[in-house]
Design a protein around this ligand. Sequence first.
Ligand code: GDP
Ligand code: MN
Length: 388
Amino acid sequence: MNIHEFQAKQIFKTFDVPVLEGYHAETPEQAEKAAEKLSSDKYVVKAQIHAGGRGKAGGVKIVSSPKEVHDAAQEMLGKTLVTHQTGPEGKTVKKLYVEAAANITGEFYLGITLDRQQSMPVMMASTEGGVEIEKVAEETTEKILKATINPLYGLQAFQIREMAFGLGLTKEQMKHFGKFAAALYNVYIENDASLIEINPLALLDDDRLIALDAKMGFDDNALFRQKEIVEMRDFSEEEPTETEADKYGMSYVKLDGNVGCMVNGAGLAMSTMDIIKYKGGEPANFLDVGGGASAETVAKGMEIILNDSAVKAIFINIFGGIVRCDRIANGIIQATQHVDIPVPVVVRLDGTNAHEAMDILKNSEIPQLVAAKDLNEGAEKVVHIVKN
Ligand code: GDP
Ligand code: MN
């Protein structure tokens, strides 16, 4: 789960990570009022969408009066911003953040995420702040400083010093950086974050450091103990079908291909996508219907897959371990009665009562259904269908 910049900055504030004074607004009037509350003569109006790169797309404006804040807000609200992180369809601006503008003398990058290879959090810093950090990481790897943090000991003073030296900070700036980095690590740990990115981490003319931008993502498996974070969820920023699937305990991720996949278990779902690719096809989605695939979940899964108009065929690949295949087969038949299925459906069922299940499907004489005896044959058949 991700949150907006203004929400991340609220969290920062409670953990003493320095941010500028700011207020969130959803109308031009609210934006103007927000500006009037700020003790500054320059203001930044920032579009709140779950994507970076807003600056270049016109989603960050610096102005010098509350009236100008009003006008900038009016222009930004309702606009669709297309950035390198939104995809070509862009994201509509519904919320703004109005902040006091700062006189910045330098821009750094600072982030924390999980290093899956080391199984530990890693803090990353770079002098190349304010720009696309992905490019820096790819083209000039040496410009990214890294500190792997053992969660048992926490962020160590020597690690902070190493990074501060690497960034070329002065003695005075180092003091501020030390406090900043330590506070940020607390934010990461205490909130079960999976990612924090500050780009830019701005240097002010009095040597203080400020989080000018803030991006936070969270570990979904820890949300049960992060009630305040869950309340920050903005469904309008998420893919609606993904949210819908989530309600039924299924994980769905939309992809670019045309073979719809319905599978039980994340591992089997991954290998199903692999084998479709191996046979020359492109999966339209990842869909894990979970361990207890029932008639209802199969029907809901069909509906979600068919929501994507690119889907030309569906591959149902279920292993009956916890669930019996004959029940799944009945579920599929029931689903065809509830959902209009305009594309062929290749079905591979294996495990408990697989033979009975295949008989049930054959006897149903539903024209869309194509039986496959194993994973290999199923993948071949479904790819053959979409290619012809
Ligand atoms: P992003 O483009 O979505 O990453 O949005 P950012 O919050 O990073 O803003 C983009 C750029 O606007 C930053 O890199 C800064 O250069 C600039 N910017 C944002 N806030 C301020 C501010 O308060 N003062 C100044 N001078 N520049 C700012
Ligand atoms: Mn940024």
